[in-house]
Design a binder for this molecule. Structure first.
Ligand code: ATP
Length: 314
């Protein structure tokens, strides 16, 4: 059972003050893009392919990871796909026997929710493999327990998340929109970026207030207006990501110089996202970023795309 699952970019990430429970209230506009991981679930003990790494991931669940930065992905209980398989088995009241193979293309710790994507894919793949047939709403609830980005990886498209980001409402979107992602060497820790955001705001005496959705962004999405969308892109975590990784300022500047309609750090970074006016312009922008030598790799993608989808074995 193989499930394909997209990365996300945050078109708007508005971050409120830290709450008593340590989380932040967010307004988070998620957009699923055509940069995919694949998760294959098969019966425990079945044959393996070539693997960059593998581990037992706790009793009854084994995991192998190949592809983009596979060596940086944990192979034990910390792997979000392993946690997802175990959570689903617990909810279904059955043993968690499964072999997971994750083929990564989403950058690890890149601000594109790759781990959450793999968790969503594992939920869908194990649900089918085990013949559970749980309703989508139930998988979303289990996903929300695993992480606030997991429900969106199940849903896909474009959606606004409130609360910690996990309460989702789809947004009208007249895409496709064309993107370039500049991948960095090494990741950024999401908690460290939130902490730096709080620290910078406190040092500047800023009160962020309640986060609110950008009406300009919503209108640009509904109209399919890439130029207006580019102008409305906004990420409250960007100053913190730039403080922790100053070289990202040069990446954003290079993208703008080469004609991006909008440029921002994706989520907690360090991946930078650039909006282009067409697929052709995205391709030439990616080539320009590679030639400028400002990033480890530059890839093109389009959005919106559907969430976790069975591609074979279903
Ligand atoms: P987000 O945007 O949701 O904050 P991210 O894209 O910055 O996340 P991820 O790629 O999801 O980051 O990885 C964050 C950390 O999660 C990694 O450093 C890794 O240790 C851990 N992790 C656990 N499971 C996975 C997985 N299946 N794929 C990638 N990372 C994983």
């Amino acid at each position: 059972m193989t499930v394909r699952v997209p990365a996300k970019v945050n078109l708007q990430l508005a971050v409120g003050p830290p709450r008593a429970d340590g989380y932040h209230d967010l307004v988070n506009v998620f957009h699923a893009v055509s940069l995919f991981d694949e998760v294959t679930a098969s019966a425990a003990g079945s044959a393996t392919g070539s693997a960059t790494g593998s581990g037992t991931g706790g009793s009854g669940v084994t995991v192998e990871v190949t592809g983009e930065s596979a060596g940086e992905v944990p192979l034990d209980e910390d792997n979000l796909a392993v946690r997802a398989a175990r959570a689903l088995a617990r909810h279904a009241g059955r043993p968690p026997g499964v072999r997971l193979v994750i083929r990564k293309a989403i950058p690890v710790a890149g601000g594109m929710a790759g781990g959450s994507a793999d968790a969503a894919a594992a939920l869908v793949a194990c649900d089918r493999l085990w013949g559970l047939g749980l309703p989508a709403a139930r998988l979303m609830d289990i996903g929300a327990e695993l992480g606030s980005d997991v429900p969106f990886a199940l849903l896909g498209g474009t959606a606004v998340g409130t609360g910690r980001g996990e309460r989702l409402s789809p947004l009208p979107d007249a895409g496709p929109f064309h993107w370039v992602f500049a991948l960095a060497g090494g990741g950024l820790s999401t908690p460290a970026v939130y902490a730096e955001c709080d620290r910078l705001r406190a040092a500047a005496g800023q009160d962020p207030g309640e986060p609110a959705i950008s009406t300009a962004l919503v209108a640009a999405l509904a109209a399919g207006d890439a130029r207006a969308l580019g102008a409305a892109l906004a990420n409250d975590l960007e100053p913190a990501a730039l403080a922790l990784r100053p070289s990202l300022a040069g990446v954003l500047a290079a993208g703008r110089e080469h004609g991006a309609l909008g440029a921002l750090v994706s989520g907690s970074g360090p991946t930078c996202a650039f909006l282009a006016g067409s697929a052709g312009r995205a391709k030439s922008l990616a080539a320009a970023l590679r030639a400028a030598g400002v990033c480890r790799a530059a890839v093109t993608a389009a959005g919106p795309v559907p969430g976790a989808t069975v591609v074979s074995g279903g």
